[in-house]
Design a protein around this ligand. Structure first.
Ligand SMILES: [Fe+2]
Ligand SMILES: [Fe+2]
Length: 466
């Protein structure tokens, strides 16, 4: 009987929403080589592969770009369903380099089929079809055509199969290797001995080679009559993904260190790192919110995100406008919420936000006093902090008019940072003269919106919902 997709081992697919930002995709893509973009009901929209993500991130395309901008649309990506013949699945793997294929049932993503499952299935066919030349040859042809490296080792550690992908990856000729003892090329001890002894498979073993490359390797025992007869080893090169992962971790650390340097002292850092922010679900009928996540260092993250938004706007020329002063904005961002007093809430708690959270202008006034009296900040900084939660028509008469463009910009940056910190939003900004256009995308499509603010006139407009 011919094998089908549902007869072999599949994996839980790693999924993200269309609005996920690119940096957040790096860890799952590094781990699995492929991530699926789905709707809230798991309808498959598209696929993001490692090479797609790497080229997006390295072309400086990352800011404000989300999963749906870089995905390969589901229509142009091969997929299988649970009843697809395994030969058909193998032919998809032959023609592309992807490590996994989506398993889709009526448009809904139900699982992920790794190339290694197909390799395993056909290599065990090779092993068990002794005498049936036709089956053996066919299975062998498939094993040899796939992109994932495969080596079969018998119980005496002698190599029995070495496919062309393994030749390419190991820079060795199958003819020279088959019939020879297996050699260990990893820097660490190979799990091969352990798998041979215990008969338990090991998957995705990250293996640094002596030549500097990094492979992800699977070791699956072939068991007959309860005894380990050998091991099927499948592997692929993940050096590029590993470098990307290291790069991302480094840039995050660098940013953190650079930011800490701008803080006046460790008390400011301590206050920011110990003032929580909350993620919640809002019920429009009761007006109540239910806490879904506690971000312990919420104020710190909020300030870092605000500085990132400002840096993005700076690179787009905003601080060359008359009346916009970069240093004043940076200082305002650092101090603006320092006077905040947050309630202690727990996940699952349902509360009335009007009752538990302090009236915002109160923390603004407190922050302004702290910045003025303990840190002797510039008058403009104090004005911006004190009124960062006031609407324009609520401002006192003596509010300096020359600060209006900066107050508008500051309130915009503050709001966008809150969206990044508390709603996991992704944001794309455009600057044209005195007008800033904001495209905001959240996990939930209802919050997707685009708007434009004129910093000089205060005029705002909502653009088409995209
Ligand atoms: Fe605030
Ligand atoms: Fe704030």
């Amino acid at each position: 009987m011919r094998m089908k997709v549902k007869d072999v081992e599949t994996l839980d697919p790693v999924t993200v929403g269309p609005g996920a930002n690119l940096e957040s995709l790096a860890p799952p893509v590094t781990e699995r080589g492929v991530v699926y973009v789905v709707s809230q009901t798991d309808e498959l929209f598209g696929v993001i592969t490692g090479s797609k993500l790497i080229s997006a991130l390295t072309s400086g395309y990352a800011k404000g770009v989300t999963a749906q901008d870089v995905m390969i649309s589901a229509d142009s990506f091969p997929s299988v369903d649970p009843d697809t013949d395994l030969h058909t699945a193998a032919s998809f793997f032959e023609s592309s380099c992807v490590p996994e294929l989506p398993v889709v049932n009526n448009g809904v993503l139900v699982a992920s089929l790794p190339q290694r499952s197909v390799l395993m299935a056909f290599s065990s066919t090779v092993a068990s079809s002794k005498g049936n030349r036709y089956h053996e040859q066919r299975a062998l042809a498939i094993v040899r055509s796939l992109h994932e490296g495969l080596i079969v080792i018998d119980k005496d550690f002698v190599i029995r199969e070495f496919n062309p992908a393994a030749e390419r990856l190991m820079k060795a000729k199958a003819a020279d290797r088959i019939g020879q003892k297996a050699v260990v090329v990893s820097r660490d001890e190979s799990p091969i001995f352990e798998v041979m002894k215990t008969g338990k498979a090991r998957y995705n073993v990250i293996t640094p080679l002596t030549d500097g490359r990094v492979f992800s390797v699977n070791y699956v025992p072939m068991i007959e009559d309860g005894e380990v007869q050998g091991i099927i080893e499948t592997f692929h090169d993940i050096t590029e993904q590993e470098e990307l992962r290291a790069q991302l971790v480094n840039s995050r650390d660098e940013l953190d260190r650079a930011f800490a340097l701008t803080l006046p002292n460790s008390r400011v850092e301590h206050k920011l790192k110990h003032t929580p922010e909350y993620r919640d679900r809002y019920d429009p009928e009761t007006g109540l919110i239910t806490i879904t996540e506690v971000i312990e260092d919420g104020s710190y993250k909020h300030v870092v995100n605000a500085l990132k938004v400002l840096a993005d706007l700076n690179s787009k020329g905003i601080t060359s406008l008359l009346g916009i002063n970069k240093d004043v904005l940076v200082q305002s961002i650092i101090f603006h919420d320092l006077g905040k007093s947050q309630p202690q809430l727990e996940i699952g708690q349902t509360v009335d936000p009007k009752k538990v959270f302090e009236y915002s202008p109160a923390h603004a006034a407190r922050s302004a006093d702290i910045a003025a009296h303990f840190y002797h900040k510039d008058q403009d900084v104090i004005w911006l902090i004190r009124y960062h939660h006031h609407k324009e028509d609520e401002l006192p008469l003596d509010f300096p008019r020359h600060l209006m463009p900066m107050l508008r910009l500051f309130q915009l940056v503050d709001g966008l940072s809150a969206a990044l910190t508390r709603r996991n939003a992704s944001i794309k900004l455009d600057v044209e003269g005195t007008r800033v256009t904001v495209h905001e995308r959240n996990g939930h499509p209802d919050f997707n919106r685009s708007r434009v603010v004129d910093l000089f006139t205060g005029e705002t407009a909502v653009l088409n919902v995209d």
